[in-house]
Design a protein around this ligand. Structure first.
Ligand code: F6P
Length: 462
């Protein structure tokens, strides 16, 4: 088994408070991979420094995961993280051309930070290591490592969607970006849809030869493997959290506050891609159509703030505060509010308890690479009396989770209709759906995901 060098923008060891799901799936997944293979996890500390010295901070967590992080200068954070990664690539790759910013400085900052990361991590790479790079922050990193003489097997995994070719063409220098990506030996996507869009681009815009059976792209004499590897949750680890006193207390706390009412839950980073205003519109539509049921239902939305320096994120927060306020203003009574909107993160134990206490899980992103909250919600259910998952058909997870109630997250009517179906669903049907969903959640877990990708990388000739 090869040692791993994992590189991602965010490095998060388990002690950090906040759900793996709500933080993004990446943190939980990579901890699991490193616990198993050993190695090092390299990334940004999340801290700012006046002047980058090249200093690397190494730490080993209680679980034995070693991290190595660097601080970034203010201009780098602005242009690379807030800029190109989260104001250009993130919106574009989530099909939001209306929010995509094309600033020259952002692109330059992105290139500069990728170069800086390559130089900083280079000395940590040993000859037999498998190097595994994550996400849209680091598409050119493999190319920069090759320039520095790295001949190791290099893998890349994209945690977010890959956009249709017509959208990607709106990105200046799109061709350069995709060509650098092809310096990796293996590129993984969350599902077949994102993979198909990527292959379409390579074939039609770069003139690459594609072997769809093998999952390979050949360009200028170089072959790159491109396949779908749907990420899962760290199932056993998560289930163990459910056995703790904290999980049980959280479940009790929520149930006693809800009393006889049915609780629905949503857990998402506060991000415009998650479809939160549309979700609240769907709930308001349900209340409008069924006023007699308003007093029987409570919706809990947990939404830890995210990327707060970016205007589009500040805007979505204001929109949500206004919508939650409107719904509650019109429908609350002295002893009840239909929507509880909470801007903070919870531990995985607490989230397990909350999921279990809620008879409906609402996961309705407008576009999402995968979405692990959907999988965590299913895992946390009582198999003898499971809740119902309402899932956006535009979440990557929908491909594997066809037994959820699949909805169009843009349509308040569709969301309202499915809330009613979920509320009225007989126990037999809930159990039958849950029995099928739990199979993919349990079997297609994060350890299998890691093994598949690392196994494929190790199997490649060097
Ligand atoms: O899953 C996508 C992702 O961007 C991860 O790379 C990241 O860890 C997570 O969402 C949270 O975003 P951020 O690191 O910008 O807070």
């Amino acid at each position: 088994m090869s040692r791993l060098v994992v590189i991602s923008n965010r490095v998060a060891v388990p002690k950090a408070r906040g759900a793996a799901g709500a933080q993004g799936g990446l943190a939980g997944a990579l901890n699991a991979a490193l616990r198993k293979n050993g190695g090092i996890w390299f990334g940004w500390s999340g801290q700012e420094t006046d002047s980058f010295t090249g200093a690397i901070d190494r730490q080993t967590s209680d679980d034995g995961v070693t991290t190595a992080t660097i601080d970034l200068e203010h201009r780098d954070i602005e242009e690379y993280y807030n800029g190109y990664a989260n104001s250009t690539l993130w919106p574009l790759f989530h099909y939001r051309t209306d929010l995509t910013e094309h600033e020259r400085q952002f692109g330059k900052g992105y290139e500069r930070v990728n170069e800086l990361f390559a130089s900083a991590v280079r000395p940590l790479i040993e000859p037999d290591d498998v190097v595994w790079v994550h996400d849209y922050h680091f598409m050119p990193l493999g190319d920069r490592l090759r320039e520095k003489g790295v001949t190791n097997r290099l893998g890349f995994f994209l945690h977010i969607p890959w956009p249709p070719t017509n959208l990607l063409l709106s990105l200046p220098y799109h061709e350069r970006l995709v060509r650098t990506l092809l310096q990796y030996d293996l590129i993984g996507f969350q599902n077949d849809t994102w993979l198909a869009s990527f292959l379409h681009y390579c074939e039609n815009e770069l003139g690459a030869s594609i072997d769809r059976e093998k999952g390979s792209v050949e360009l200028d004499g170089r072959t790159t493997i491109a396949r779908a590897y749907p990420i899962g949750i760290d199932y056993d680890h998560f289930m163990a959290k459910g056995e703790t006193g904290d999980a049980r207390q959280a479940q009790q706390r929520l149930m006693s506050s809800v009393r006889h009412r049915t609780a629905m839950i949503g857990v998402d980073r506060l991000d415009y891609s998650k479809g939160l205003p549309e979700r609240l519109d769907g709930i308001a539509r349900f209340f409008d159509r069924h006023p007699e049921r308003t007093k029987d239902l409570v919706f809990i939305q947990i939404a830890p703030p995210s990327r707060e320096d970016i205007e589009s994120y500040q805007n979505i927060r204001e929109t949500l505060e206004a919508k939650a306020g409107q719904i509650n203003g019109a429908r609350s009574d002295v002893d009840r509010t239909p929507v509880r909107y909470v801007n903070k993160g919870y531990s995985q134990e607490e989230l397990f308890g909350f999921y279990r206490a809620c008879k409906i899980g609402l996961v309705t992103p407008l576009r999402d690479g995968m979405n692990l909250v959907a999988k965590e919600y299913v895992a946390a259910q009582d198999p003898d009396d499971p809740g119902v998952l309402i899932l956006s058909r535009f979440a990557g997870a929908a491909q594997q989770m066809q037994d959820a109630l699949l909805v169009n997250p843009h349509s308040p009517d569709d969301i309202a209709h499915h809330i009613r179906l979920a509320l009225d669903m007989p126990l037999d049907e809930r159990k039958a759906r849950h029995e099928k969903l739990i199979v993919t959640v349990r079997e297609d877990n994060v350890l299998r995901w890691t093994d598949n990708i690392i196994g494929d990388l190790e199997g490649l000739a060097r």
